[in-house]
Each structure stands twice: as structure tokens, then as C-alpha cells.
Design a protein around this ligand. Structure first.
Ligand code: TRP
Length: 456
């Protein structure tokens, strides 16, 4: 079983060394593990909340896509896409908005911080706060829930958002009576280093103390490293590795043995200038080959676009059927299915017949069954069971579960029925999505009828 791991990258800035060590490198390493089904996307709708500068949004999307690809993300293994290419996400955002308590959003840290700042400055509490900022957690919940992500690796500042996504998922499941959404779990990488910036505080764009990853090339990288703040010890004087940013940054790139050697050099009094040169060379050894790939990717934006379009296709193949299932569940159904629903119940109420199961032995010797509607239409075909008792037990469960409690996954033209998370039966293929959605209502109704009979 693979674990679905999903994370988003807000596309406002240009990646720096801290982003690489703290997020990009560990995420790509995790995505290579065979048991991981990774979904990485560019949160460009979230970016709009922070920036209204079209050029910056455009530039950042390109730079971030090229950075992740250059750093080794394999788009064949990872589903890599842009949020704004997935129309199911804003659609789901609205569905979730309608079950989210406004009070929950009032408690979001980012919103509260804005309100506190305004209150302190004697401004109106909501001055300068857009509805987009307020809704940020719901959009993020939709990012996660549309794909039933099980794990969401994020920074500590995002923990509350994942908790809110869990709350919102739970609320939706509760209201509509089924486990539509997996409860996502937050994953905080404790091992990952947070790099200090030029001034010793955490490297962050908001402190303006970052070291660029690719921008400006090797020259810029070296010049920036030379600006890292150190103490005033002279060459020859021993330096304390533990309190030196140089050492912390060095360690994030180096092996144990290399770090031990650098530690010794500092303790033995290497000059700061020379130490910075050593640090630069160590980082450059890792960054140079990536920078080369980055430059050639940036020069071919059409190729990146193609990769992202392919990613969007993969992502929508999951989110699309999910949304069809949700639309059905909340009552946004085709009118034609309502008519059929009505007709059908009339037939049923007049009819003495009920849906029925038919068991059979398949050519390979396995045991299977079909479920037919009272009109004799095939509704379901079970998977193969080795043991007739197992097939019988599933039939028994289907007889009592009822239409609203059963989990049905929509494929493009058919439906798969799951019990306890296992697919046990599927419908025939229908001609189009509308016919499939009609069949969904029809099947639920048949299961309700069976359950009603059982309890009579
Ligand atoms: N809010 C996240 C950040 O600023 C980015 C993000 C958007 C995200 N949607 C997400 C992260 C979904 C994880 C899952 O870092």
C-alpha cells in the first residue's frame, strides 16, 4: 500500500538556500521512496492572496517549477501540477466553505495576527484584510481533501491549517453521512535543518537575509556567503563552531566526516574569509549541477508547461471523479436522474419484485455474484472470491448496509463499490458521465430497498 503524501508551494518568491534544505531536498528524497505516492503542486491561488503583481506571480511559478525539476523531482513518479489548472479545487472550496464555521476561520493565526495589528493601530479590525486571506484555510483544505491525501508535510507555521482541514473534513463527512474524506495527518520533519540567514536569524524572505539558490549564479552565491555575519575573531584565533552560522549551513550540505574536518579547522583558527570560501565551495559542489539543469529548463518554458499540463491531467483524473461523487452526495444531480428516481420508485412501489443477487462460478473456478435491479438490469458485478463463503458474506453486508452508507467511487464511466476500504464490486461501463450518475442514484436506491427489506 502506498501512502499519499501531498504538499503545496506558494508561488510568490524565488527559492533560496533555506527553502532548498528545509523543503525541496527532503520532499524530493521522500518522493523517491517506493511506498510514497507524492503530490506536489504550486499553490498559485494562494499566491494571489499575498501578491497582486501579475509579473511576480508568473515569474515565481516558472522559477519554482524549474527549481523543483532541477533539484531532481521526477514528474513521472510524482504528480506535479499547478493548483490553478485544477478547477475541481475551487469547486470543492465552495462545498467546504458551506460547511465551515465562520468562527473556525476567525481563529486562524494569520487572520488573527492581521486583526491584532489593526486593533493595536486603532484601525478597523478588518482593515486591509481580504476575504481571500480569511478563506485561506478552506482553499488549503480543498487542496488536500480533493486528493484524499493521508500525509501533509509542512512547516510548523502550517500545523493549524492541517488541523482545520481535518475539522472541515470531519464536518462534511458528518453532515453528508459518509467517510467522503480521509483525515489528513500533518508531518513535521524534525531532522531537517532550518538554516540561519545572513544575520543569524532564520533564513527567510521576510527578514531579507536569504542566500539565493540559483539566482545570480555562482558569483552571486559566493558574494552572498561572504556577507554572512561573523564575530570579530581574527585569523589564528579559535572559533566556536556551535555558535557559527557558517558551520550550521555547512553541516546541512556536508557528510559527517566533512563536518568534523570543518569543525576542526574553525577550532584551529581558520580565518572567517577562508572559512566562507570553504563553505561556498562545498555548497557549490551540490548546487552547480542543479543550476545547470535549472538554466536549461528556464530557457524552455514550453517544456515545463507540457510537464505541468501532464501533471494536471493526472491530478484531475483523481479529483474529477471525486467531485462527481460529492456533487451527487450533496444533491447537485442531473435533472434526468430525478425524473428517473421518481419513475423508478413508482415502479418499485407497485412491483412485488425487489433487487436480487445471482451467484455464479467463473471460468477460473472463482465465486462471483451480480446484483440486478428489480427490473432485471445489472447493477453490480462482484470481484472474484476464492471462497463461496466470502462471496456470501459480502452479499450479506450489501443487503444490510443501505444506499447512503455505502462507499462508491466514480471512475470516468463506471462506479466501484468499497466495503471497509476494499473494492468488492463494480458497475458495468455506462455511455457517459450522466448515465453513470443516474446509475449511482439507482444503485443507492436498490441498496436502500434491500436494507429496508432486511429490517422488516
Ligand atoms: N500554505 C502553505 C504554505 O504557505 C502552502 C500550501 C497551500 C499547502 N496549499 C497546501 C501546503 C496544501 C500543504 C498542503 O506553506
Amino acid at each position: 500500500m502506498q501512502t499519499r503524501v501531498l504538499t503545496g508551494i506558494t508561488t510568490t518568491g524565488t527559492p533560496h538556500l533555506g527553502n532548498y534544505v528545509g523543503a525541496i531536498r527532503p520532499a524530493i528524497a521522500a518522493s523517491r521512496r517506493p511506498e510514497v505516492d507524492a503530490f506536489f503542486f504550486m499553490a498559485d491561488y494562494h499566491a494571489l492572496i499575498k501578491s497582486d503583481d501579475p509579473a511576480r506571480i508568473e515569474r515565481s511559478r516558472l522559477e519554482i517549477a524549474a527549481t523543483w525539476l532541477a533539484a531532481g523531482l521526477d514528474p513521472k513518479k510524482v504528480t506535479f501540477y499547478r493548483q490553478s489548472d485544477i478547477p475541481e479545487i475551487p469547486e470543492l472550496t465552495w462545498f467546504l466553505t458551506c460547511v465551515t464555521a465562520k468562527g473556525l476561520l476567525n481563529r486562524a493565526h494569520a487572520y488573527k495576527a492581521a486583526v491584532d495589528k489593526n486593533t493595536e493601530a486603532n484601525e478597523d479590525a478588518d482593515a486591509g484584510v481580504t476575504a481571500g486571506l480569511y478563506m485561506y484555510p478552506v482553499l488549503m483544505a480543498a487542496d488536500i481533501l480533493a486528493f484524499n491525501a493521508q500525509q501533509v508535510p509542512v512547516g510548523r507555521d502550517q500545523i493549524q491549517h492541517i488541523e482545520m482541514a481535518r475539522d472541515i473534513a470531519q464536518r462534511f463527512n458528518h453532515i453528508y453521512g459518509r467517510e467522503f474524506f480521509v483525515q489528513p495527518e500533518v508531518v513535521i520533519e524534525e531532522q531537517v535543518a532550518t538554516l540561519p540567514g545572513l544575520d543569524g536569524r532564520k533564513m527567510s524572505k521576510s527578514y531579507d537575509n536569504t542566500i539565493p539558490l540559483f539566482a545570480g549564479g555562482a558569483k552571486q552565491l559566493r558574494e552572498t556567503i561572504m556577507r554572512i555575519v561573523t564575530d570579530s575573531r581574527m585569523p589564528g584565533e579559535p572559533k566556536d563552531p556551535e555558535s557559527s552560522s557558517l558551520f550550521t549551513i555547512f553541516r546541512a550540505f556536508a557528510s559527517e566526516a566533512e563536518s568534523a574536518a570543518f569543525r576542526r579547522a574553525l577550532e584551529e583558527g581558520i580565518g572567517w574569509g577562508e572559512a566562507k570560501q570553504v563553505l561556498f565551495e562545498r555548497i557549490e559542489a551540490d548546487v552547480a549541477p542543479m543550476r545547470e539543469r535549472y538554466e536549461s529548463l528556464i530557457a524552455k518554458p514550453a517544456a515545463i508547461e507540457e510537464i505541468l499540463q501532464e501533471g494536471a491531467r493526472k491530478a484531475r483524473a483523481i479529483a474529477g471523479p471525486k467531485m462527481a461523487e460529492l456533487r451527487d452526495a450533496i444533491g447537485l444531480r442531473a435533472m434526468s436522474s430525478v425524473t428517473m428516481h421518481a419513475d423508478h420508485s413508482r415502479v418499485l412501489s407497485k412491483s412485488v419484485k425487489s433487487p436480487r443477487f445471482a451467484s455464479f462460478r467463473d471460468t477460473d473456478g472463482s465465486f462471483r455474484f451480480r446484483l440486478f435491479s428489480s427490473e432485471g438490469d445489472e447493477l453490480l458485478l462482484s470481484k472474484s472470491f476464492k471462497d463461496p463463503k466470502a462471496a456470501g458474506a459480502v452479499q450479506k453486508q450489501l443487503k444490510s448496509i443501505g444506499g447512503s452508507a455505502v462507499t462508491l467511487h466514480s471512475l470516468p464511466l463506471s462506479l466501484v463499490l468499497e466495503l471497509d476500504g476494499e473494492p468488492v464490486a463494480s458497475t458495468p461501463d455506462y455511455v457517459d458521465e450522466m448515465a453513470r450518475d443516474e446509475a449511482l442514484a439507482y444503485l443507492r436506491e436498490a441498496l436502500d430497498k434491500l436494507a429496508a427489506q432486511g429490517s422488516e
